[in-house]
Design a protein around this ligand. Structure first.
Ligand code: TXA
Ligand code: MG
Length: 335
């Protein structure tokens, strides 16, 4: 069955979606990063449905979304001045802060951790929805666990369909990659996931360099599995600009321009060369390549500055071989 989709610009649609959340339902909604799959964060049964719809393992905690920074105390208990500085500078926006939790937050939301991930989305409809629901909204990205995140309402409808009670359509997401997840749980702040707020901007706000959690620090970043954001088609990252394609039906995720010929499908991420444009196009481009019946997707790398950190993080995780599949290579294939 197909999903019910209503325009996020319609106040009646927002009111209806808020009612669904209050009654324990599940609503997909736009944010500036990717579409979220929301439930009342204080209703453990509603949150359980989110895990079910996504087939998400329960060790992976959800981000709690607030209508405004002033609501932080409903879910987090901290007087950390760093949290105040970062919230003042980056909220509303694509930054998730991992903070000591309040005991009222259900264990399912936090996977039993003593911290909670919190953010205030910048998308007007997202904040209007959360405000109208009158409760913080726990929301992961609105995609089946491990697959490419959705940046349009159609992406959500395609794979989740009628499993969600309603999809609010707010058009394509402006940022296109998920929020940066920064942990303030310890003495030293740690980036658990690069995302929409570049590391450089956080370092500037905090006044010191930041650490990024290593790939194997699962207790710190439970959701950061090596393989994630992945296409079903094997994907490999090239060492530089694309040369002629190898044998077979090969697709190319190009950076600035398409090569003249040889590839079965090509997506150009950023004709203007900017990482912001590339991030906004990334997930939709990956989905189109994944639908093109290819044997392999090759991706050109980008410079790791600004949003380039988040883009390369997503591409590396997409390139990680699926468990049990041999031969899908993590780095450049033979030319
Ligand atoms: O941009 C975004 O963050 C989107 C939109 C919908 O807001 N949401 C999103 O949620 O990407 P999700 O569930 O796909 O990713 C949440 C990430 C996971 O890697 C999870 O492990 C981490 O945040 N996270 C959440 N709470 C945490 C906590 N208490 N400690 C450590 N990591 C946490
Ligand atoms: Mg996700």
């Amino acid at each position: 069955m197909s999903a019910r989709i209503l325009p996020a610009t319609d106040d009646r649609a927002i009111a209806e979606a808020a009612g669904i959340l209050r009654r324990g339902g599940v609503v997909a909604f736009p944010t500036e990063t990717v579409y979220g799959l929301g439930a009342d964060a204080f209703n453990a049964r509603a949150v359980a449905r989110v895990f079910e719809v996504k087939a998400r393992p329960s060790f992976d905690p959800l981000i709690v979304h607030l209508a405004g920074a002033g609501e932080r105390g409903r879910v987090a208990a901290t007087d950390d001045p760093r949290a105040a500085v970062l919230a003042a500078r980056f909220w509303p926006g694509p930054l998730t802060l991992v903070l000591p939790r309040r005991p009222e937050v259900p264990d399912l939301v936090t996977s039993g951790l003593d911290t909670v991930g919190v953010r205030v989305p910048a998308h007007r409809a997202a904040r209007a929805l959360i405000a109208a629901a009158g409760t913080p909204v726990a929301a992961p990205s609105a995609n089946p666990f491990g697959y490419v995140s959705p940046t349009t309402a159609a992406h959500v409808a395609e794979l989740l369909g009628s499993a969600v009670d309603l999809v609010l359509d707010g058009g394509p997401c402006r940022v296109g990659v998920e929020s940066t997840v920064l942990s303030l749980a310890g003495r030293v702040p740690v980036i658990l996931r690069p995302g929409g707020v570049p590391r450089e901007a956080l370092e500037d706000a905090l006044g010191h360099p930041l650490e990024t959690a290593g790939r194997d620090e699962h207790p710190l970043a439970p959701g950061q599995l090596p393989r994630h954001y992945a296409t079903r088609t094997p994907l490999a990252i090239l060492a530089g600009e694309a040369g002629p394609p190898p044998e077979g039906r090969v697709g190319l995720l190009a950076w600035r321009r398409a090569p003249e010929r040889g590839y079965a499908a090509v997506e150009v991420l950023a004709p203007d060369g900017s990482p912001e444009t590339a991030a906004a196009n990334l997930f939709a481009a990956l989905r189109r390549l994944d639908a093109a019946r290819l044997d392999l997707i090759l991706a050109e790398p980008c410079a790791e500055t600004g949003l380039g950190h988040a883009i390369m993080d997503r591409l590396r995780r997409a390139a990680e071989p699926a468990p049990g599949i041999r031969g899908a290579s993590r780095s450049a294939p033979p030319r």
